[in-house]
Design a protein around this ligand. Structure first.
Ligand SMILES: [Zn+2]
Length: 326
């Protein structure tokens, strides 16, 4: 198995010329191939001649320094991508800094009607996240250059070019020692699971994750048995509901349930909108911690207060209306 550490540079249009099906056009692909011991085996670098946007967006020019002159004699995306896929081989996992590169790559692939990277969500390692889990607080996200500085990596390569950024990302990844954290795969959801049977159920060392198929709308999602289940993260059995899904903002929901064998579990359900507007559910379940119950009870209370407030407002409006009719 190889790690393909990938970085892209892309160009975009202006509000006038933007094509919603391909807001970011790939103009450079850089990648580093690492073996299982994270030795650098090979590098890939190619610029791409754009066919959608014929001017380099001013911010892209400023950040990357890429000019149209540099790109005009290069191959177009289909040819470059074909070379890239061949170079990757067939036993690998993508690694990127942050969560954007695979999504934009897949949009470019779809735009050019090439063989997709996968039918549904594609797993990858988000090195920015792994860096945070091992060396930071696990939640914050550092810029690539800040992480390079923190690890005192030699800055002889350029930043904001695909080849340089891929190399820096690979060097950071090579310095991460916690191999166990690689179990925390991320998923690119350019394509959601196509059916119930293709939905993502993964068990990480400390929690489980679920990614649903697309639902017609939020209410349909919230009626789905699987989407709203609360299964024990350890044994997978449905727990006995202790607090039902509560929400304050209508997008995030929390619940608690008890497994007879493994104790109290806490569920966190998010209603998400994909890039194409599709509604889906992302849910995590982990053993409950001290304070979980209190914080969910608080949300429950706030939700009840909000509902009451809304009710009052509606009643006041109604009586106002009926008064004005008189
Ligand atoms: Zn259990």
């Amino acid at each position: 198995m190889y790690y393909i550490v990938l970085d892209l540079e892309w160009n975009q249009g202006t509000p006038k010329t933007e094509r919603p099906e391909i807001p970011f056009e790939v103009i450079e692909i850089g990648a580093v191939k690492l073996d299982e011991k994270k030795n650098i085996v090979d590098r890939f670098e190619s610029r791409v001649c754009p066919v959608v946007y014929d001017k380099i967006y001013f911010m892209t020019a400023k950040v990357t320094g890429i000019t149209m002159d540099e790109l005009k004699d290069e191959d177009e995306f289909p040819a470059v991508f074909k070379r890239f896929v061949t170079w990757c081989g067939d036993d690998f996992i993508f690694c990127t800094w942050g969560s954007l590169d695979l999504l934009e790559l897949r949009k470019n692939i779809a735009y050019h009607k090439l063989e997709p990277l996968g039918r549904g969500p594609v797993p990858y390692l988000d090195i920015q996240k792994l860096y945070s889990l091992e060396l930071d607080d696990g939640k914050s996200r550092k810029s690539l250059e800040k992480a390079v500085d923190a690890l005192e990596i030699d800055k002889s390569d350029v930043f904001h070019r695909a080849d340089g950024d891929a190399w820096y990302t690979a060097e950071i990844f090579r310095r991460l020692k916690r191999r166990d954290l690689e179990a925390y795969e991320s998923y690119d959801v350019y394509r959601l699971p196509g059916s119930r049977g293709e939905e993502v159920h993964v068990k990480f060392p400390t929690y489980s994750k679920y990614i649903s198929r697309a639902f017609r709308d939020k209410n349909t999602a919230l009626r789905d048995k699987e989407a709203t289940s609360l299964k024990c993260f350890i044994c997978g059995k449905e727990t006995k509901r202790y607090i039902s899904w509560v929400t304050v903002n209508g997008k995030q929901f929390f619940a608690m349930g008890k497994c007879r064998e493994h104790g109290m579990m806490r569920g966190h359900l998010r209603i998400k909108k994909n890039w194409d507007g599709a509604t889906y559910v992302m849910k995590t379940i982990r053993p409950a911690k001290q304070g979980d119950e209190g914080s969910i009870r608080m949300k429950e209370k706030n939700a009840a207060l909000q509902a009451e407030k809304l009710n009052k407002m509606q009643r006041a409006q109604k009586s106002k209306l009926s008064n004005s009719e008189k």
